[in-house]
Ligand binder design. Structure first.
Ligand code: URP
Ligand code: ZN
Ligand code: ZN
Ligand code: ZN
Length: 492
């Protein structure tokens, strides 16, 4: 089948460069990028004059159809991905949770869930216990199943949490396989203690969630994970960075040349914790996630501090941690905040919120926008330049963003199955008007055109640039980049 598309007259933006050009797409691949491309009448022409033509977003952190805290996230691979496409994201990397500690059983379960995919996706895998079998299965995942990243939870005591001994084994194994170790950095033992203290004080509502796990516990676990990764000498990726404490640990490590990636999420950059104090339980409970959304105001812990910290320190990429639970599920914790399923939405909102919060406000450039929403993720997980770029030969994952149009977020109009939205009522400038996913126009004129089964699994190979395994395309790309990324030392 040949679906041919010409995007005319837009400003084509890549992470390293922007220029006015046409983009010609054939059979799901970008076939040409240059001015004044002439085509026949069998080609669909989209006029992008005055608009930005950019790589589709890649969300590095989501949880679709995940069993967690006695229930399952409300978006499955179809609804969550449809929402993503409506918001300009064309690929995501989801976390496979092992089944009773078995990685292969977890992998098969997620292959099943993903049968209804309408968007391209990849997998990370969580490691929740340690023995010879797990160690062997990690090898199989990397060498045969297309997984090159593993997440270790330093929180969720009694459930997903691992101790330092397991983390060290995991770091060593990741290093030997060329896979990237990821950590959820909060001190789970201290959080457990903090939760007990809140309950003893009679604080059982959603605000107790944030009070029980302050930023100092995120800073501690971040510092510990960074130092253990330095000890093992392997790269580290900190997921959902939610505080300046954590960002400063990352900054210190990066200054000394350590290969550490920090992943803030939109909820942390855009929201503050004021909602957690809402007298209505559901209104408050929808904001419960871990690490928690930090305090309001202009202090050191505010979202503004996090935005500035992001610009000054990490500036790698922004994820969502999309992990949606409906009001009925959030209500499990009506008498005890410890039972509120942890997680907020974001997969549909990320591209708009990052544009409005970071680009419209003048904090980052448009090329940086592309880098932090798409290109950097593709590079870290070793799928660049197939993904994350508008280059000849790349997958045709493309968005057209109109900077003069505006968006408004509401549960009444979003495409997720969620009955609430943590970003309810937020308006801003910059609207994704068209989304093209591997050459299919899936979002146009406010209409989604998607079908289950259209999304493909994207295998991710080991030894990304973080390990010094740089191929020619990466080397050329690296040399075109500015300071922060160049600082990484390639080691073997
Ligand atoms: O609250 C959160 N973040 N839920 C999703 C699970 C995780 O820790 O990423
Ligand atoms: Zn160019
Ligand atoms: Zn986590
Ligand atoms: Zn998560």
């Amino acid at each position: 089948s040949s679906s041919k598309i010409l995007i005319k007259g837009g400003t084509v933006v890549n992470a390293h460069h922007q220029e006015i050009a046409d983009v010609y797409v054939e059979d799901g691949i970008i076939a040409a990028v240059k001015p004044n491309i002439k085509v026949g009448d069998d080609v669909t022409v989209l006029d992008a004059t005055g608009k930005f033509v950019m790589p589709g977003g890649i969300d590095p952190h989501t949880h679709l159809a995940m069993e967690f805290m006695g229930t399952e996230t409300i978006d499955d691979y179809f609804s969550g991905q449809a929402a993503a496409l409506a918001g300009g994201t064309t690929m995501h990397i989801d976390f496979v949770i092992p089944v009773k500690g078995s990685l292969s059983a977890g992998f098969e379960a997620y292959v099943g869930k993903a049968k209804k995919a309408c968007m391209d996706y990849g997998f990370h895998m969580a490691i929740t216990k340690w023995d010879e079998t797990v160690s062997k299965e990690m090898e199989i995942m990397v060498k045969e199943k297309g997984i090159n990243s593993f997440k270790f939870f330093l929180a969720y005591k009694g459930a997903l949490m691992v101790n330092d001994e397991l983390l060290l084994e995991g770091l060593k194994k990741c290093k030997s396989l060329g896979a990237l170790a990821m950590v959820h950095a909060e001190n789970g033992d201290a959080v457990f203690e903090g939760q007990k203290r809140m309950i003893e004080l009679g604080i059982t509502g959603p605000e107790g969630h944030a009070l029980s796990r302050p930023a100092v516990l995120e800073g501690e676990a971040t510092a510990r994970a960074i130092r253990l990764a330095a000890f093992v000498n392997t790269p580290l990726y900190i997921v959902h960075v939610m505080s300046i404490d954590a960002m400063e640990e990352i900054a210190t490590a990066r200054k000394s040349g350590q290969r550490v990636i920090g992943e803030p999420v939109v909820s942390g950059l855009v929201l503050d914790d004021s909602g957690l104090w809402d007298p209505d339980f559901i209104t408050a409970a929808k904001f419960v996630m871990s690490p928690p959304i930090r305090e309001s105001g202009h202090g050191k812990l505010s979202k503004l501090a996090c935005q500035q910290g992001f610009c000054r320190i990490t500036k790698n990429l922004v994820g969502t941690d999309h992990c949606p639970f409906n009001s009925t599920q959030k209500a499990f914790g009506i008498d005890d905040f410890r039972k509120i399923p942890n997680g907020v939405n974001g997969i549909e909102e990320r591209m708009h919120l990052v544009w409005d919060t970071m680009v419209e406000s003048g904090q980052i450039s448009i090329t940086d926008y592309v880098r932090i929403t798409s290109t950097e993720c593709a590079r870290i997980f070793n799928i660049y330049p197939r993904k994350g770029a508008i280059l000849v030969g790349s997958d045709a994952d493309i968005i057209i963003l109109n900077p003069n149009s505006s968006f408004e977020i509401s549960a009444t109009s979003h495409h997720s199955r969620l009955d609430t939205n943590v970003f309810e009522g937020i308006r801003g400038k910059g609207k994704v008007e068209v989304t093209i996913a591997r050459g299919r126009i899936v979002w146009e004129n406010g209409q989604l055109k998607v079908a289950p089964g259209e999304g493909k699994y994207v295998e991710m190979r080991p030894f990304s640039y973080l390990f010094g395994g740089i191929d020619k395309a990466d080397a050329k790309y690296l040399s075109s980049l500015r300071a922060p990324v160049k600082r990484f030392k390639a080691t073997t």
